[in-house]
Design a protein around this ligand. Sequence first.
Ligand code: HGY
Ligand code: MN
Ligand code: MN
Length: 412
Amino acid sequence: MTRPADTVSESRQWDRLMTLARLGAIPGDGVNRPCLSPLDRAARRQVIAWAREIGAEVSIDDAANLFIRRAGSDPDAAPVLTGSHMDSQPEGGRFDGIYGVIAGLEAITALHDAGIVTRRPIEVVAWTNEEGGRFAPGCMGSMAWAGHTPLSAWAAVRDPAGITFGAALAEHLAAEADLPRRPLGSRPHAYLEAHIEQGPMLEAAGIDVGVVTGIQGSRWFSVTITGASAHAGTAPVGTRQDPVQDMLRAIAALNALTADPTDTLRFTVGRIDVLPNTSNTVASQVRFSIDLRHPDRAILLRTGDAIAATITAALKTCRAEVQEHFHAIPVRVAPPVVETVAAAAIACGHRAMRLPSGAFHDAQFVVPIAPTGMLFVPSRAGISHNPAEYTAPAQLAAGTRVLAESLARLAS
Ligand code: HGY
Ligand code: MN
Ligand code: MN
């Protein structure tokens, strides 16, 4: 009897990933494909075309989450959901997110080719704006779908060009008005997301498939420090209200707050905007981002809740405003899905290891809705959010074979 894994095609999957990598290609084999952009829509149209080749139904919801549904023998059964995201970081790689969507498509294509009809329908989802690179925060599509945060909460969020999320979403939904619309939110039987590890553990262990046991928590803050612009030549340093200098004091204090000899806590300032951003004017205002992560909820809460006071105490001449705009608590992955993936890996003849996820994922927001799991494939040198991100075709195919086997088990 043909097993789902037998008809997974390494070359078809690789060719599809490379076709999509050309939509937003940047030097160094990277990709810049912002969410809700014309490039994002072109990539979605290509995936829709591939989906329709096997008779899958396509639909979108009010958050523009894209769903590809392969029918099961019981149309009323709750579907098994898989997928990931198609948007990338501004200097992203060819595999972050898109691998999970293409792997899900490859898995249902393999089932189609094998003539296997599962009892439950299987749906492949492409979540809107997982990265948060264009519109912060990330995971807007999955948070709206899960009822975690209403879409309206982000309508006024602006991208670097000043376009609001609300306007970009409206434009996108108009461009995809030909696609059937489905209600926002559903209750799948289970959710399983395939993703690159974005870390070094699988490669270091020489193992091809990771069974994710948990996803650490992430909190994003936006800090605005306001001073007073002044002439760089005439304003005495002693009388300045210079937000750049106070930002340095604040970041030094935050480094002390987040210092961790075990190197478990993650504190990152990745974005700094200076106004008016000219060399001969003392800045009037500085805005910077904070990305804080930890697997332990208590530590994440305690450290994150101390950020505002730490900044205020560090400032000398300016005032600060701190806003939290992303709060993803650490989650453990459901044992039934973990066990299914571990058993599927054995059935496919692949060694698997259990490991936590340092990156956040849409799966984090599906956890309260349905039994949720993730499987990882290795990242070369652990590199991600970087054009050099790479996973070999055979490793991607190994992950997809385990995904196909897992989905078939969950859907039967
Ligand atoms: O930032 C993250 O953890 C994810 O890769 N977007
Ligand atoms: Mn990702
Ligand atoms: Mn990412």
